[in-house]
Structures are given as structure tokens and as C-alpha cells.
Ligand binder design. Structure first.
Ligand code: AOF
Ligand code: ZN
Length: 366
């Protein structure tokens, strides 16, 4: 692999990442046109329904695209979707060589884009910075291949594994830098999910508040079998550009359900499972609504249900250098847990971040 190829692909990846949290249900894609060692076009996909990255880069390059190399983080599409096929635009522009990071996992494309380009006589190379590209689009890859959202479990605990004191005090365990990063996570994923217990205890608004302003609020999903969410809870009343979905189970008092609907919340009824809602069916329904990623922020019982049902894809585990102690003080993952160590959820591909004095472990469920 040539260093120059990696260099320009990194440029394309950086362009793609500019639209993080803005392209759902589509991928983040970046493209760079290079001719004679000079960058003559750059582009990225800004929002679903708008032109693809390749189109922006080719437009900027204009006639300079003739005989040039196109770097794209994802295989160009060859289907007629919301926009026309990029393969045809690439061929018409006179590009002679195409370098890709990864093939498109979208079954509508999946290899057919590369095939079309090769048939037209273009030289195509793939796999440049593939791992970085797959990580950038991990949410899209799961969603487009399974139609289920990518599930991210985020929790914050003390050094001794507590999320509250024995008396129940829980705000705030981590410091301001960790909390700021959580708002970036909310800005990035399509939905945030908590249990009604958290709504009753903390009355959170669950919006994305970035220091720079301009956060994109996630859809708020409240697991609430019996429709106990108060009509005046912030998740119901506080203005947000994203809707609030309250997930109930059969048997929830109809007058409570109606009151919440009248207050502006949307209700989804999902079959019961154990003491709560059937999470697998809920995820399927969220996927049907083009929710590609869900940030699960607990509490402990809900975290426990997601872990036990093996529905977690990724974790962000914040640890504050505090020792709370107390045999009765709760940990981040409740429920019955696994009784055998062998069954424990194994987390791999670990990255460690520092946020002020806090540590955050990012990793993937095996
Ligand atoms: C994008 N942006 O830069 C590229 C994409 O609904 P459409 O027509 O926008 O098509 C979306 C699909 O196009 C997407 O799932 C992916 O397979 C392919 N490539 N999509 O949104 C881009 N290059
Ligand atoms: Zn395209």
C-alpha cells in the first residue's frame, strides 16, 4: 500500500467524519480527487437525501477529474436511491483510478459498484485504511445488514463499581469533562434509552447539549411498562427537535397512555418479557423507524436486561476516582446477572480515554 494512498484516504475519512451524527440512516462518506499530486476536489456526505460524497468531490474537481484518482471511504453506489448512482458520475467525469477503504455493506450495492467501475475500464483498489473506515461506520454496517440498531451501553461508576450511594444519591459521579463527552455521544446516536426509574428519580431532559451549541437531540426512548412517566416530566414537556417514545406493555392503564399521548409523547406497545419489555422486539421496531443506533443510559435494571439478553454491541464505561463503598450501594448492571463466569459478557478491542481525572473504557461485546 502506498503512503500517498493512505494519506489521501485519511483526508477522505476526516471529511466523512465532519458529518458525524448527521447522515442517519446513511453512512458517513468522504471523497478526495487527486491529479498529479494535487488535491483538486473534496467532498463528504452531509445528510441523507442530499448528494453523495463522490458527487461533491467531482463537482469541485470539474474538468480536472479527467485522468485523476478518486479516493472514497466507501464503495461508490450503483443503485438509484434517493440520488443517482455514483458509479456513473465517476465514469462520466473521466476518473481513471479509484481507491476505496471498504466495500459497501448495503446489499443493494455490495461489490456491484466496484464491478461496474472495473467493467468501464477504471482501475480499482480497495482496503486502504479499511479498519478505520469500518470503525467510522460501525453503526451503519450493523443497521444496513440487520435492520437493527447498534446498541451502545454507557455507564458511569465510582472506582469501586457503584453508581449511587447506599442512600440512592447518584448525581454526579463523574466530572465535567466526562459529562461533556456524553453529550457528544447523545449528539452522535439516533436515540437514547432509559428506564422510567431514571425519569422518576432524576427528571432528565436527555437532550444533546454541546458546549458549542448546535447539538442534535436523539429520539428519547423511555421503557415504561405501566406508563408511569409523569405528564410534566422534562422528557415529555421540554422542547426538542426529536420525539419522545414511551414503551409500554399490554395492560398499561389506558387513561395514563392517553394522557401521555395528549402531552405529546408517542407510545409503542411491546410484549412483556420477564419483568419488563421484550427488548429484541423493541429493537426491531426501532430499526423499522430507521433508528440506526441507540445509546442505553440505564439504570441498572435496564443495563442488566440488555447485557443478559446479549443485545449490547459497544460500551462506554466511565470510571471516576472515587470510592463510595457500601454493600447496599448499586452497581451499573443489575438484574440477576450471569451465574457462571464463563457466561460473562466479554469486552474486547479496548480503548482507554482520559477525561480530566476520569477514565473511560470503550470496547466491543465479543
Ligand atoms: C450516502 N452517501 O456519500 C454514499 C452512499 O438513499 P441514497 O440514494 O442516498 O443511498 C444511500 C446508500 O448509498 C447508502 O446506503 C450506501 O449504500 C450508498 N452510498 N450513501 O448516503 C454517500 N457514497
Ligand atoms: Zn452514491
Amino acid at each position: 500500500m502506498k503512503d500517498a494512498d493512505k494519506y489521501y484516504m485519511q483526508m477522505a475519512l476526516d471529511l466523512a467524519a465532519k458529518a458525524m451524527g448527521r447522515t442517519s440512516p446513511n453512512p458517513m462518506v468522504g471523497a478526495v480527487v487527486v491529479r498529479g499530486g494535487e488535491v483538486v476536489g473534496r467532498g463528504y456526505h452531509a445528510r441523507a437525501g442530499t448528494p453523495h460524497a463522490e458527487v461533491h468531490a467531482l463537482r469541485e474537481a470539474g474538468n480536472s477529474a479527467r485522468g485523476a484518482t478518486l479516493y472514497v471511504t466507501l464503495e461508490p453506489c450503483c443503485h438509484h436511491g434517493r440520488t443517482g448512482p455514483c458509479t456513473e458520475a465517476v465514469i462520466e467525469a473521466g476518473i481513471s483510478r479509484v481507491v476505496l477503504a471498504m466495500s459497501d455493506p448495503n446489499p443493494l450495492v455490495a461489490g456491484k459498484g466496484v464491478q461496474r467501475l472495473r467493467e468501464a475500464g477504471l482501475q480499482v483498489e480497495t482496503g486502504v485504511l479499511e479498519e478505520a473506515s469500518r470503525k467510522l461506520n460501525e453503526v451503519f454496517i450493523k443497521y444496513i445488514t440487520t435492520r437493527l440498531p447498534f446498541v451502545v451501553l454507557k455507564t458511569a461508576m465510582s472506582l469501586d463499581g457503584k453508581i449511587a450511594t447506599a442512600g440512592g444519591e447518584s448525581q454526579w459521579i463523574t466530572g465535567p469533562y466526562s459529562r461533556e463527552y456524553v453529550h457528544h455521544l447523545r449528539d452522535r446516536y439516533d436515540a437514547i434509552l432509559v428506564g422510567v426509574g431514571t425519569v422518576l428519580a432524576d427528571n432528565p431532559s436527555l437532550t444533546a447539549r454541546l458546549p458549542s451549541g448546535g447539538g442534535r437531540d436523539p429520539v428519547r426512548v423511555i421503557l415504561d411498562s405501566r406508563a408511569r412517566t409523569p405528564q410534566n416530566a422534562k422528557v415529555v414537556t421540554q422542547a426538542s427537535r426529536a420525539p419522545t417514545i414511551i414503551v409500554t406493555t399490554p395492560g398499561a392503564p389506558p387513561e395514563r397512555v392517553r394522557a401521555l399521548q395528549e402531552a405529546g409523547a408517542e407510545i409503542i406497545e411491546v410484549p412483556r418479557e420477564d419483568a419488563g419489555v421484550n427488548l429484541a422486539l423493541l429493537l426491531r421496531e426501532l430499526g423499522r423507524r430507521e433508528i440506526t443506533g441507540v445509546l442505553v443510559e440505564g439504570g441498572a435494571r435496564i443495563n442488566g436486561s440488555f447485557v443478559k439478553a446479549n443485545l449490547v454491541d459497544k460500551v462506554y464505561w466511565f470510571m471516576a476516582p472515587k470510592i463510595i463503598g457500601g454493600a447496599e450501594a448499586p452497581g451499573p448492571v443489575g438484574g440477576s446477572g450471569f451465574s457462571r463466569l464463563n457466561d460473562a459478557l466479554q469486552v474486547q478491542d479496548i480503548t482507554i480515554y482520559r477525561f480530566g481525572e476520569d477514565i473511560c473504557l470503550e470496547g466491543y461485546a465479543k
